[in-house]
Design a protein around this ligand. Structure first.
Ligand SMILES: Cc1cc2nc3c(=O)[nH]c(=O)nc-3n(C[C@H](O)[C@H](O)[C@H](O)COP(=O)(O)O)c2cc1C
Length: 184
């Protein structure tokens, strides 16, 4: 059995949904998973006894949450010692992969952390949750990109859950304590 630690940042909640899905999957494989919302926790460091760490963050105005970058900088040595992964959630991941990869490269440069596993997943357009200004701004961005997802009375969720599942299972296969191998 392995302990998987999943610290994350999420502004509108889609990354939170993705990490809860991952945690459920980890548990379904017989392991322990702990998700930690870094916005609401003073979580400075990764607790001892973890066998793997998945850090997740979402993109707003071209950047991942600054508090997630701070967490990574603070815990870089531990993230490099343990099997670890980064998950980046954005709208760019839905059809503009080059931009989505650019966000990840910038995060890696900013933090100095170059994880072996990187998952780039599409998030959601949650028009019904945005305030008036945010709704208009997002609608304009989406229109400028040539998309027809402009009905602000509903939400559009682009996350491909099968891809999240595959990514999680691949990650677990590389965690010695999860795949029945000796702990490194
Ligand atoms: C105000 C705002 C700005 C955003 N800026 C970007 C951006 O620059 N690039 C991008 O790919 N997605 C952008 N997005 C889309 C978010 O990454 C997407 O909605 C994601 O699902 C948010 O994750 P969260 O709900 O966990 O915060 C933006 C969304 C909002 C609401």
């Amino acid at each position: 059995m392995a302990n998987i630690y999943i610290p994350y940042g999420s502004v509108e909640g889609q990354t939170a949904r993705i990490v809860e899905y991952i945690a459920d999957l980890v548990r379904a494989h017989g392991h322990e998973a702990e998700t930690v919302d870094l916005k609401h926790s003073a979580a400075g460091s990764i607790p001892s006894g973890q066998d793997g760490v998945i850090v997740a963050a979402s993109i707003h105005m071209g950047k991942h949450e600054g508090f997630v970058a701070d967490f990574v900088r603070q815990n870089r040595a531990e993230l490099e010692r343990l099997p670890s992964a980064l998950i980046s959630v954005s709208l760019a991941a839905h059809g503009d992969e080059q931009n989505a990869e650019g966000y990840v490269e910038e995060f890696q440069e900013q933090t100095g952390w170059h994880p072996a596993h990187v998952g780039i997943f599409a998030g959601a357009l949650l028009y019904t949750q945005y305030n008036f200004l945010k709704r208009q701004m997002m609608k304009k961005i989406v229109r400028d990109k040539g998309s027809t997802d402009l009905d602000t009375s509903r939400d559009y969720v682009y996350t491909e859950w099968d891809g999240v599942k595959r990514f999680t299972e691949d990650f677990l296969a590389g965690v010695p304590a999860a795949s029945g191998q000796e702990r490194a």
